[in-house]
Design a protein around this ligand. Structure first.
Ligand SMILES: [Zn+2]
Length: 75
């Protein structure tokens, strides 16, 4: 099941959710209840892609890693 990362623009709360294709996407921040969530396209959804490299580094702009095996596709 893919892991989706979201961050709140208001309180910058960062969280991950496991969602199936038919599950509703979160629309409100679990912390401050704002609807200013945006999707973070990190590496955790593609951890077994390619060479099986596990990337956990993420920069301020999302995926900041330089491992070269991360997908920056927007799924
Ligand atoms: Zn928030």
């Amino acid at each position: 099941m893919p892991v989706y990362e979201y961050e709140c623009d208001v309180c910058h709360h960062h969280f991950e959710v496991n969602l199936g294709f038919n599950d509703p996407r979160p629309t409100r921040c679990p912390d401050c209840q704002s609807n200013a969530l945006h999707r973070v396209y990190g590496c955790s959804g593609v951890i077994f892609k390619g060479k099986g490299f596990y990337c956990t580094d993420k920069g301020a702009d999302g995926c900041g890693c330089s491992c070269g095996s991360c997908s920056h596709d927007h799924h």
